[in-house]
Design a protein around this ligand. Structure first.
Ligand SMILES: *[C@@H]1O[C@H](CO)[C@@H](O)[C@H](O)[C@H]1NC(C)=O
Ligand SMILES: *[C@@H]1O[C@H](CO)[C@@H](O)[C@H](O)[C@H]1NC(C)=O
Ligand SMILES: *[C@@H]1O[C@H](CO)[C@@H](O)[C@H](O)[C@H]1NC(C)=O
Ligand SMILES: *[C@@H]1O[C@H](CO)[C@@H](O)[C@H](O)[C@H]1NC(C)=O
Ligand SMILES: *[C@@H]1O[C@H](CO)[C@@H](O)[C@H](O)[C@H]1NC(C)=O
Ligand SMILES: *[C@@H]1O[C@H](CO)[C@@H](O)[C@H](O)[C@H]1NC(C)=O
Length: 644
């Protein structure tokens, strides 16, 4: 067996190195997609499609281009097309890759008005609208090789560093392309890696796209190869060489601090137009002022986090800290138990949560490990778990204390009307970042399951901190999603989770969308308001969006002069993307972060109708039993089911 195997490997290696020096257009297909919409006038559409593809071919063949766009907008069915080769391909390989892509992209059902094909060697896409500035879009993903590298630790570290460097450097390199070869310490192997952006995106757009790509591709480690693709960029690494050594680029000069983010913001602003410069700079300055000073000393995010375990508190200390769990000290009642304000002997103020969990032996074993896990979650938009305490059947968690209490008080309660637009936007972005961290960046994917305004606390700077994450993990597994009050709060709960118990990160995306609409409108999701035609928030938001009257949704306590109408519209549309009926079509939280930060992205992303607006899709009565049994709180009555 052994010799045979080696012979095979040798043959493959020989074949590979052979094909590198010889022609290889690298046409293994990574991804393809067809629009589900058809052109209205097929003859007109094909005229335009043929013209643009011919134009691309001519630019690639005759002018030796590796990047080309074309458009043909005659008649009712215009076509915009974009083609890009990896820069290391020869001119003839590039043309050959285009020929393959051209044949493949015409393989969608007749008249499909948009399509894309992505190969190792090139990328071709056409649409009925301009899309050349698109960076990151839902559908971005990665493809990982199946073989694990030898020496995973060394490989992971090297791959991580290489791709992070490519992510930083590539946007600064003219032409947005970089290729590197890096030796893995302690093994004879090297990592070949490339990053590339469409030449028609901005520098910051390129960075945004590669940031998403980098996050995606990391899940391939330690496999020997991986690829991340998106609308505006591509990343690939492999232990095998897929380009010649003399194609590499020295990226070191682009990693220096010189081109700081400040400079980048200014460049982006100038490109984007004078009006935007003002907004960008103002926002930028504001972000710097707000965030810089508090980020460093706390060391919440990245670096500076030691993995020390949670503190174990003594019951009698917590008892005296909360004056024997006195009602006076009660901060709130959550799904998991009551929360008290406590002052420890050393003067430190904390939030003490007395859990109400059913008792089971399994629970006891899990408790400590889960608490340990949760206490290792450090992010500036997540409430820190400081420690815990067990006594008999009692389980108590100790959190950092947030003096400003929760977002609902600022939207609907005693502080109503006190948040301006910039503060609201910042709360939206911070909440998205916190969730994105829980879903994608922490080493265990944590689905919150109960995102709502009273679970979003505000710190001294009115920055959001998500509370209560990870607690659902403490529930026994057989505890059904509907039979328990911990299931999440109806009204914020995604239909597929509320009705079928199908849980995914997209359930949090849905709840986040509802929260965003509440932040913008100041209306509770489940509240029927007399002054707005007695409609539920989601229903009203959708109707106004469809009629192009987005801005009528905005909280009346906000002064129209104090916000950027386009920005507000954009955020409303993002919220509607989040609350779409089908979980798969909702963006991930990391995509939402990018969307929130990018401009003009919505051309191709039209939200579809949320579920409870559509009477055909309305949940049937059999589910209403589960609603009735949910005792979670008053908002249960205002669930998605109550639109009956
Ligand atoms: C389709 O477009 C062609 C020109 O592109 C035009 O001559 C023809 O009338 C159109 N057909 C319809 C049904 O609109
Ligand atoms: C477009 O090109 C395809 C394939 O090259 C060809 O079959 C078709 O007839 C062309 N259509 C038009 C309207 O030119
Ligand atoms: C490109 O080259 C082909 C043949 O090599 C020629 O037929 C065609 O006219 C050229 N196109 C342009 C736009 O120059
Ligand atoms: C086009 O699709 C058909 C089936 O849908 C498939 O058999 C054929 O191989 C495809 N052609 C190409 C070029 O991929
Ligand atoms: C588009 O046309 C194809 C047939 O060419 C058909 O199967 C499909 O249902 C059409 N799609 C829409 C949205 O009309
Ligand atoms: C790179 O190396 C190949 C041989 O591997 C050679 O044919 C080619 O000319 C070299 N290119 C450059 C730019 O030196």
């Amino acid at each position: 067996m052994r010799p045979k195997h080696n012979l095979l490997t040798l043959t493959i290696t020989l074949l590979c190195s052979w094909s590198l020096t010889k022609a290889d257009p690298q046409t293994s297909l990574i991804n393809k997609g067809c629009s589900q919409y058809n052109a209205t006038n097929l003859s007109n559409f094909y005229q335009n499609l043929n013209a643009t593809l011919l134009d691309l071919k001519s630019q690639v063949r005759n002018d030796s281009k590796h990047f080309a766009t074309a458009q043909s907008a005659r008649g009712a069915n215009p076509v915009y097309a974009l083609f890009q080769c990896r820069n290391y391909l020869s001119n003839s390989d590039c043309a050959a890759c285009l020929a393959v892509a051209d044949a493949q992209i015409r393989n969608c059902s007749a008249g499909s008005n948009g399509a894309r094909v992505i190969y190792d060697g090139c990328f071709l896409r056409y649409e009925s609208n301009g899309f050349f500035d698109q960076t990151t879009q839902p559908g971005n993903s990665m493809i990982c090789g199946s073989q694990a590298a030898n020496g995973a630790t060394a490989f992971n570290a090297a791959a991580q560093q290489v791709l992070e460097d490519l992510q930083t450097a590539t946007p600064k390199i003219p032409g947005f392309f970089a290729a590197t070869k890096t030796q893995v310490v302690g093994t004879g192997n090297a990592i070949y890696a490339i990053a590339q952006c469409a030449e028609t995106v901005t520098q910051s757009g390129c960075l945004d796209c590669l940031t998403v790509g980098f996050t995606n591709i990391q899940s391939c480690f330690p496999n020997t190869d991986g690829r991340a693709f998106d609308a505006g960029c591509f990343m690939r690494y492999s232990e095998k060489s897929f380009f010649a050594d003399n194609q590499t680029i020295d990226i070191a000069p682009f990693l220096k601090q010189g081109g700081s983010s400040k400079k980048r913001a200014i460049i982006g602003g100038v490109v984007g137009g004078v009006a935007l410069v003002v907004i960008l700079l103002a926002l930028f300055a504001w972000f710097r002022l707000k965030k810089k000073p508090k980020k460093l000393p706390r060391g919440d995010i990245l670096g500076a986090t030691e993995l020390k375990g949670p503190v174990t508190y003594r019951y009698k200390d917590l008892k005296s800290a909360t004056k024997n769990f006195n009602d006076e000290n009660k901060l709130g009642e959550g799904g998991f138990g009551d929360v008290y304000k406590g002052t420890l002997k050393n003067g430190k103020v904390v939030a003490v949560k007395k859990l109400i969990l059913g008792s089971s032996g399994k629970m006891d074993e899990q408790f400590e490990s889960e608490v340990k896990l949760i206490s290792n979650v450090h992010h500036r938009n997540l409430v820190r778990l400081l420690g815990c305490c067990s006594k008999g059947q009692e389980r108590i968690l100790v959190y950092e204390y947030m003096a400003n209490s929760s977002l609902d008080r600022f939207l609907f309660g005693e502080n109503k009307g006190s948040l301006n637009w910039i503060q609201r936007y910042d709360i939206i972005l911070g909440t998205a970042r916190g969730l994105s961290y829980l879903h994608e960046d922490f080493h265990v994917c944590i689905i919150h399951r109960d995102i709502k305004t009273n679970n979003i606390l505000l710190d001294d700077d009115l920055q959001p901190r998500i509370a209560d994450f990870g607690l659902a993990r403490l529930l026994p597994e057989d505890q059904s999603h509907v039979s328990t009050k911990f299931a999440g709060t109806l009204g914020y709960t995604a239909p597929e989770y509320a009705i079928h118990g199908q849980l995914s990160v997209k359930a949090d995306t849905y709840s986040f969308g509802v929260v965003v609409l509440e932040i913008i409108s100041g209306q509770k999701s489940g509240e029927l308001r007399d002054d707005v035609d007695g409609e539920f928030l989601l229903q009203r938001a959708w109707k106004l969006y469809e009629e192009g009257r987005h801005l009528e949704l905005v909280d009346k306590t906000l002064n129209p002069g104090d916000y950027d109408a386009e920005e507000v519209k954009k955020v409303i549309e993002i919220a509607l993307l989040c609350t779409q009926a089908t979980a798969a079509t909702r963006p991930t939280m990391s995509e939402i972060v990018v969307l929130l930060k990018s401009k003009n992205f919505m051309e191709h992303m039209k939200p579809t109708m949320p579920v409870f607006v559509n009477s055909n899709l309305r949940p049937r009565t059999d589910t209403s039993t589960s609603t009735a049994s949910s005792t979670s709180n008053a908002t249960a009555a205002t669930s998605i089911l109550s639109a009956r």
